[in-house]
Design a protein. Structure first.
Length: 291
């Protein structure tokens, strides 16, 4: 996936080779920072406002002063695509750390936050979206504040790597037998025509696509229940799917080497995929929505 050469650094733009920070950078040494990954289709952002709003919620939760307004950051992100002449499908990674200062656990005073962003090509994975993916289950050993999109992702990385080593796409996490989310996506179960997912508490990331999934379900008169469900419920579900900015609405057809029903994406997942494509104004290379 090609990275575009012009990057956002603070409130200016530079070539990626010129982007440098001191080794005493709090994102590097403490994971003291936050981030967003924003999807792009045909050179336009999808859910940009929702991502910028969440960035500010995360910054407030960890007491980072962004030193820019939502409007300023939005404008800078739009300029980033323009300066790179980006017209295809991709993503933007945006990171903010508390700044560069001598290493000390206590917050430094009078130090500006470090902010940068870059754009990258990311074609849609139509094969996975069409056929579905296999996943594994893993204990959720993360901290209690998963609603903050922080840089502290080592447990997520380990879970994702475990999935890869099992030849799987994702790892579904569970805490005290209650399914929370995946290593980098939200997770849902369909039973008797209703959707179930973990409530939007501190234990999961409040995904931007997750918000849209609820909206799509309401528009389609499909019950959307934030009651949560247990790990064992996955194996009797009618359908299972996950969502994220990079995965969109992704069918899950195999869990821990056990097939979900007949091993094909179900009708509700297909309806949500179609709603997603319509909402994101995707017109070419669409999923075949045969039910």
């Amino acid at each position: 996936m090609a990275i575009y050469p012009i990057v956002l650094a603070q409130k200016t733009f530079t070539h990626q080779d010129n982007l440098k920070y001191p080794f005493e950078e709090r994102g590097l040494q403490f994971g003291d920072g936050i981030y967003e990954v924003i999807r792009i289709y045909d050179g336009s952002y999808y859910l940009l406002k929702e991502h910028v709003d969440r960035l500010f919620r995360s910054a407030d939760a960890v007491k980072i002063n962004l030193a820019a307004t939502k409007e300023e950051i939005t404008d800078l992100l739009l300029q980033l695509l323009e300066k790179n002449k980006m017209t295809g499908d991709g993503k933007v990674y945006l990171q903010v750390s508390r700044g560069s200062a001598p290493r000390d656990h206590v917050f430094p005073q009078g130090i500006p936050a470090n902010m940068y962003a870059y754009a990258q090509d990311l074609p849609r994975n139509l094969e996975n979206l069409q056929k579905g993916v296999s996943v594994i289950t893993q204990p959720d050993v993360r901290w209690e504040n998963c609603y903050i999109k922080s840089l502290n992702l080592l447990p997520n990385v380990l879970a994702k790597q475990e999935a890869k080593e099992h030849g799987c796409y994702e790892a579904i996490l569970h805490r005290d037998d209650l399914v929370t989310e995946c290593s980098s996506s939200n997770i849902y179960m369909v039973k008797d025509g209703d959707i179930y997912t973990h409530p939007a508490t501190n234990r999961i990331l409040h995904g931007c696509v997750r918000i849209r999934v609820e909206q799509f379900a309401n528009d389609l008169s499909i019950s959307f229940n934030e009651n949560g469900f247990k790990q064992e419920d996955l194996f009797t579900a009618d359908e299972v799917f996950l969502s994220s900015s990079t995965s969109e609405v992704m069918p899950v057809t195999m869990i821990d080497n056990k097939q979900v029903q007949d091993g094909t994406p179900g009708p509700i997942t297909r309806k949500l995929q179609e709603a997603y494509e319509n909402d994101a104004n995707i017109t070419e290379g669409k999923i075949t929505h045969t039910i």
